[in-house]
Design a protein around this ligand. Structure first.
Ligand code: UD1
Ligand code: CA
Length: 450
């Protein structure tokens, strides 16, 4: 059996009131439709087919070549949307899994069950439903007195008795492909001019098939996003799922309610996440770290045993045993080797800091390459910008930079050199040399034991 999957995402999402197509609104740091694709990922034999219409190019650009795309020019209904994939998929697979791009909470496990039920059933249609108290515009699942599914009726078309039904259509289906391609042609047009995918259920019943429905145990999975209120609800649920996942994996979250971990982050065992911490993008955190409180880490790789307090890190790399904070800011291209320590108010950008280098207080380091065991005194600044371009600073190993030193780049400081407090260094300093003053001048050579 080969399985193909179709994810519908051509609608505009009017109620989002947004320039962005609905399915590109982010949830847990990824576009909504990414979650729908993630749920089918691994269940099918072909790349998933996304049906796009409104702002199709934006969706294609965001989701890239891991999906196939079919353009639905006019949104003539869910049945029409599936029919648009026919020329691409007919003859390519015998089973079709159909889901919606605006249902990011549907779990892979549920779709696995749906496929299983479909494989065992003797029917060309297998559907998904849930029992709940909130109708939210869902289609109603109509059953006969024997409890067999006979139709799905859309809320707008339902009779008062049908409106009272509490079993709702989720909109996740498994179909026998050949049967579906034919059935789609038989869907009648609705009074509003739409072709409902739901009508194929009635068609299968009319042909004498018994329809199985996977009834979801957790109705939360069926939440579809139509507005920003639903978006916030889904965000919260996804956040809880992600947090629980990491706790099960061996990460301590002191306060899961204020811990925000995006879907693409990974965290090592025995790491402790303190409150108000955001881990975003492609961040990787090692083992035995303590992150937070009040820390935001984006697209950053953090080694083992890091200690980060009240800091913001973006596109940086930290080796092991790095400590920083409070109030440090690592920007793009900051690389901190093993054992680096940053005290309060340090900003580091496009710079390499060697092993065990310490930068205790109030400093800006930009476009610098700093060796190991360097002590950088309070208030040191790399003056890297001359008004036109960025210039590099190089500092060797075992250097002592006195407090309030201005390193006017481009400039090089040799191994074991020392700058006195308040030095404004405008020229290169040779190794083993003490420089003093404004502009800094050589005061004397240093013995290696100094
Ligand atoms: C649909 C179901 C309903 C179910 C509900 C669950 C139908 C007719 N109804 O209703 O039984 O309870 O989902 O959420 O299927 N789309 C297209 N092209 C179109 C129309 C829709 O791609 O021409 C896409 C939309 O982008 C969206 C999805 O299909 O991702 C659902 O469309 P929507 O109009 O929201 O259907 P519902 O009214 O929610
Ligand atoms: Ca919907």
């Amino acid at each position: 059996m080969t399985i193909a999957s179709i994810v519908l995402a051509a609608g505009k999402g009017t109620r989002m009131r947004s320039k962005l197509p609905k399915v590109l609104h982010p949830l847990a740091g990824k576009p909504m439709v990414w979650h729908a694709l993630e749920a089918v990922n691994g269940l099918t034999d072909l790349a998933p087919v996304l049906v796009v219409g409104y702002k199709a190019e934006a969706i294609r650009e965001a989701m890239g070549p891991s999906s196939q795309y079919v353009f639905q020019e006019e949104q003539l209904g869910t049945g029409h949307a599936v029919a648009c994939t026919r020329s691409l998929l007919e003859g390519k697979s015998d089973t079709l899994l159909v889901t919606f791009g605006d249902m990011p909470l549907l779990r892979k496990e549920s779709l696995e069950k749906l496929i299983q039920i479909h494989q065992q059933a003797d029917s060309p249609v297998t559907m998904t439903s849930f029992i709940g108290d909130e109708a939210r515009g869902f289609g109603r699942v109509v059953r006969n007195e024997k409890g067999e599914v006979i139709a799905i009726v859309e809320q707008v078309d339902a009779t008062p008795e049908q409106l009272a039904i509490r079993e709702y259509n989720v909109s996740a289906y498994c179909f026998a492909a050949d049967w579906l391609w034919n059935a789609l042609e038989k869907i009648p047009v609705s009074p509003k001019g739409e072709y409902y995918l739901t009508d194929v259920v009635g068609l299968a019943v009319a042909e004498g098939y018994a329809i199985q429905s996977l009834v979801l145990e957790d109705p939360v999975e069926a939440i579809g996003i139509n507005s920003r209120v639903h978006l916030a609800t889904a965000e919260k649920i996804l956040r809880q799922r992600i947090n629980e996942y990491w706790m099960v994996e061996g990460v301590t979250l002191i306060d899961p309610d204020t811990t925000y971990i995006e879907a693409s982050v990974s965290i090592g065992r025995d790491t402790v996440i303190q409150p108000n911490t955001h881990l975003r993008g492609l961040t990787v955190i090692g083992e035995d770290c303590e992150i937070g409180p009040d820390t935001t880490v984006t697209d950053t790789k953090v080694g083992d045993r890091a200690r980060l307090i009240s800091s913001t890190l973006e596109s940086a790399i930290l080796e092991d045993d790095v400590s920083m904070g409070p109030y440090c800011h690592l920007r793009k291209g900051a690389y901190l080797a093993n054992g680096v320590h940053l005290g309060n108010y340090a900003e580091v950008k496009e710079s390499y800091l060697g092993q065990q280098t310490k930068l205790g207080h109030f400093s800006y380091i930009g476009n610098a390459k700093i060796g190991s065991n360097v002590n950088i005194g309070a208030g040191t600044i790399t003056c890297n910008f001359d008004g036109k371009k960025k210039n590099p600073t190089e500092i060797g190993d075992d250097v002592f930079i006195g407090s309030d030193t201005m390193l006017v780049a481009p400039v090089k400081i040799g191994d074991r050199a020392v700058t006195a407090a308040g030095a404004v260094v405008t020229r290169d300093v040779p190794p083993d040399t003490l420089v003093v003053g404004v502009p800094a001048k050589e005061k004397r050579k240093l013995e290696k034991s100094d």
